[in-house]
Design a protein around this ligand. Sequence first.
Ligand code: IPM
Ligand code: MN
Length: 372
Amino acid sequence: MPTPNGSPVRIAVIPGDGIGVEVTAEAVKVIRTVGDVFGRRFDLEPLPWGADHYLRTGVAMPPNGCAMLRDDFEAIFIGALGDPRVPDNRHARDILLGTRFELDLYVNYRPVKLLDERLCPLKGRAPADVNFVVFRENTEGLYVGVGGRFKAGTDDEVAIQEELNTYKGVHRIVKHAFEYAQASDRGGRSASLSGERRRQVCMADKSNAMTHGHALWQRVFKELAPQYPGVEARHLYIDALTLLMVQDPSQFDVIVTNNLFGDIVTDLGAALQGGLGLAASGNLHPGRTSMFEPVHGSAPPLAGRNVANPMGAILSAALMLEYLGLTHEAAAIEAAVQEAVVAGQGTQEIGGTLGTRETGDYIATLIRHKGH
Ligand code: IPM
Ligand code: MN
């Protein structure tokens, strides 16, 4: 979806709760900086949805909220949602899962890229060894809330949570993974975070135990794989995948899996790249208004202390610009984050001495100095 030069790019910005507010401020700073440097106009509209708003009004978002996001904006940026004052975090689920489900953002795109050797918890692993992408199915699976509790709170309680797998839902995410691998193999993707060649698609399920739902994943994978002869198709059970991700992450290019497994393996992926503070994500429906957010949560204990790492949010902004067709802007952001990480300029958990704001300033300054 390339945006014509000149007309402003409309982006809804939901800082949310806790550190979400602080990291979003830095992502916004960096977006404005690339806007100046590359001569792009961004219309960044802040939306106040989060715990404060929920506690004040009793609603997480207005009833037409998702339609408004879809119709009035080209992309959505979310900081993080979750607050101890809302014990069941209802508002967080309503906004985050609401956006994913109502906008049908079926691709959760989570690149795992080690920017500096020093940050990898594994011995002797270089950036070339940790560089893959995960496509997590984002609209069904165990997240759909089908089920219920019977005799809740008693010794006889029964709790049922059903996993939903549809042919359409499995097909479109597995297809997306193959298309992505094929396009990158042909050099079809130019930008930064997805610029490498991806030759293999690894589908992970638990079809040895979940013989109904995951038989459907097997069926779809076997149907689609032959249509992409240039892409190696590989299957792993999810438990084996987690083992191999730790033993030798260099063997992975593209991983595709269901909603819950994708949730879990992308936290593992975040650990491999240096922690949740660095992990970025895009919630996509190709061709439609999509949503971008760091993988981390609102981290209440860190909130308001200027210690949270804004790089995951800033890299999510880069994914957003790349999705909008602004590949040079995206590449400039990624290069600046990489340079800051390598120079040891960042927050404490990645070995730096900077605060949240100072990290954002540092990255913005690098982008300004490099110029167009
Ligand atoms: C994530 C988060 C969410 C998820 C939570 C907050 C519901 O962990 O985006 O990975 O499980 O999808
Ligand atoms: Mn998660």
